[in-house]
Ligand binder design. Sequence first.
Ligand code: THU
Length: 139
Amino acid sequence: MDKKLAQEMIDLAIEQLKYSYTPYSGFKVGAALMTKSGKLYTGCNIENAAYTPTNCAERTAFFKAVSEGERAFRAICVVGGKDGILTEYAAPCGVCRQVMMEFCNPETFQIILATSREQYEIFTLKELLPLGFGPDNLA
Ligand code: THU
């Protein structure tokens, strides 16, 4: 992933923070998911008064994409912070990592964590979910 593409995804993920619905935690998360064909899907976290129905930004992006027929993914960028202020990397929660494991090759799928378009790091899914359980385990 070159810097220009990473920055395009970071910009898009940051833009999603304005849609983040977080009346309970105030922790705003934005995501930009790229398919292998280069199409981009966005997501934000959506909280709920009953708490457990809350959907993370990453899963919003994945479910939007999968519901439109996408199954092959290259990378996701995730940004987040209290009140939408990006001071630290917002790493995907375990549930979101598991959803990535369902659709992505852990060796090649890239997770871009950023606090700005200049400050970011790229991890593989395998780095964030070692020994993950996925579809291959049931084959
Ligand atoms: N959140 C995400 O959107 N993605 C993550 O991977 C971590 C947590 C959201 C869920 C909830 O709205 C808020 O951050 C605090 O947990």
